[in-house]
Write a protein that binds this ligand. Sequence first.
Ligand SMILES: Nc1ncnc2c1ncn2[C@@H]1O[C@H](COP(=O)(O)OP(=O)(O)O)[C@@H](O)[C@H]1O
Ligand SMILES: O=P(O)(O)OC[C@H]1O[C@](O)(COP(=O)(O)O)[C@@H](O)[C@@H]1O
Length: 343
Amino acid sequence: MSANQPLKNIAILTSGGDAPGMNAAIRSCTLAALHYGHKVFGFLHGFKGLINNEFILLEEQKVRDIIHCGGTILKSARCPEFLDENNQQLAADHLDNLNIDALIVIGGDGSFCGMLALNKHYKGQLIALPGTIDNDVDGTDHTIGFATAVNTAIDAIDKIRDTADAFERVFVIEVMGRHSGFLALNVGIASGAEQVITFENFKNPGVELQNIAEHIKLCKEKRGASSYLIVAAENLWPQGIDQLCNDLQNYANITCTPCILGYIQRGGSPVPKDRIMATKMGVAAIDAIINGKTMVMIGEVSATIVEVKIKYAVRHKKQVNGDLLMAQNSILDIAELAKINKL
Ligand SMILES: Nc1ncnc2c1ncn2[C@@H]1O[C@H](COP(=O)(O)OP(=O)(O)O)[C@@H](O)[C@H]1O
Ligand SMILES: O=P(O)(O)OC[C@H]1O[C@](O)(COP(=O)(O)O)[C@@H](O)[C@@H]1O
């Protein structure tokens, strides 16, 4: 970074599902900007704050002590009103009236679509930071919040394992992820779940039901497993995991206990990986602004900070790492186990 640059007014907002590490990103953007003499504004409640002109001045003391805090000091929101072009224009007018030269949006791919829309009305620089527990943003290995969410879910599932063992129960545990399986697969593997059902390995309910039922019977009756945990991605099984439990009862007389982990996955103090990555990304965002960049997302690929076109991050669906799927399949090779079972 060079210090001999024109001083700018820089705004930050957080949008969409909050993610642990968003505060660390706000902190590092702010401190890096202040370091170079820029002025920093924080818009509140995501794009709603742009429409309503709701902002605060971000100074050193406001962000000094937030790196360890979950949530976002700038609040977040889903803001369907921002689909309306009049509101996008209003947001751009508010940014112009404050002479904001650059806006940093910390959010997921939905928020980046909002940036594409805003870019038609706002002539300043737009920089994105990937913040979502779902990890479903292309152009970065990980999003801010994902590592913490994985940790939180594993912690919860380890506890469920204790009670499942004690009662020799089968549990179906639903994890978040919207429509992608990063959370389900990583959490499932790391918690040693006997079964992971997610978008990337799902065939159809009929086939899955048969495989799962055979595998449960094999593990419990032939191999003496006392508990059996199924980690299931949300929005996958038709009518949800309660229905999956009903289906297993009706199909194979297997009683399962459903457990939706839910919003605990979004909260909590960010783990070191999220704090460090968010800090690096925040500094890179200010660097990008100083270098005149716009419509780029800051990502991290193979531990190196990268700049990716926002269009790319939005248009490409990031694929779950094949090695991860392979690891899951190799450990649980359900079809094979079922065959052995029949021999
Ligand atoms: N096509 C779009 N045009 C304008 N704004 C959008 C668009 N898609 C999403 N947004 C804005 O981004 C916000 C966050 O998107 P959402 O999908 O809820 O979360 P995330 O950013 O975490 O994926 C939305 O509430 C809306 O304000
Ligand atoms: O908070 P809401 O509106 O209930 O949304 C729940 C969704 O938000 C998430 O927690 C995070 O998703 P985004 O980061 O894309 O907003 C998803 O895993 C979940 O499907």
